[in-house]
Write a protein that binds this ligand. Structure first.
Ligand SMILES: C[S@@+](CC[C@H](N)C(=O)[O-])C[C@H]1O[C@@H](n2cnc3c(N)ncnc32)[C@H](O)[C@@H]1O
Length: 167
């Protein structure tokens, strides 16, 4: 893979300045064409690859940066605008998020970084970090911006190696 960045669940690519950036492999489990998810608001989901973040079709260590912004709602009506726009977690959500995190780490280069976004609307960040069993390098700890946290993780094995190298 010559692209350096993977977005494992890109949705509407809201935070990209260039939604067709050739250096980003955009993935999502669905394709959506101009859906009116809320009166007057439209969503297009146009991934390069339709794939499941719990089973990514890439080799180990393929990307320098992995972006992981999974669904964050467990309670959302089938036809609610939030489910249409962001997706919804199902009953096995803990396994799904753990498997997704581990899969994103697998395809991350040893010296790469993972950018994780979590909106703490229904599930607190501390519960997610317990599921991941990983400590972020840095990030917005208090989620002041509408309960949204942006965190950066390093690959665990490499981070441990560096710790061990300390005099
Ligand atoms: C919070 S939204 C991402 C929003 C996106 N970052 C944006 O800027 O619009 C979560 C996305 O994860 C996708 N998704 C849900 N389950 C998935 C899975 N197992 N594998 C890949 N994508 C998944 C949903 O289709 C949805 O587009």
């Amino acid at each position: 893979m010559s692209k350096r960045v993977l977005d494992a669940c890109c949705g509407g690519k809201m935070f990209y300045f260039d939604k067709d950036n050739p250096d980003v492999e955009f993935c999502d489990i669905r394709e959506v064409d101009n859906l009116e998810y809320y009166p007057g608001r439209f969503l297009t989901v146009k991934p390069n690859t339709v794939s499941d973040f719990t089973n990514l079709p890439f080799e180990d260590g393929s990307f320098k940066v992995v972006v992981f912004d999974p669904p964050h709602l467990i309670h959302a009506g089938d036809k609610s605008w939030s489910r249409l726009k962001y997706g919804r977690l199902e009953e096995d959500w803990e396994d799904t998020l753990r498997d997704g995190f581990n899969e994103c780490m697998r395809v991350l280069d040893d010296d790469g970084l993972m950018i994780f976004k979590w909106s703490e609307i229904q599930i607190p960040l501390r519960d997610i970090l317990k599921i991941f069993q990983a400590e972020p390098l840095l990030g917005e700890k208090r989620g002041r911006n509408k309960n949204t946290h942006w965190l950066i993780f390093m690959k665990a094995a490499r981070a441990q190696e560096v710790q061990n190298e300390k005099p």
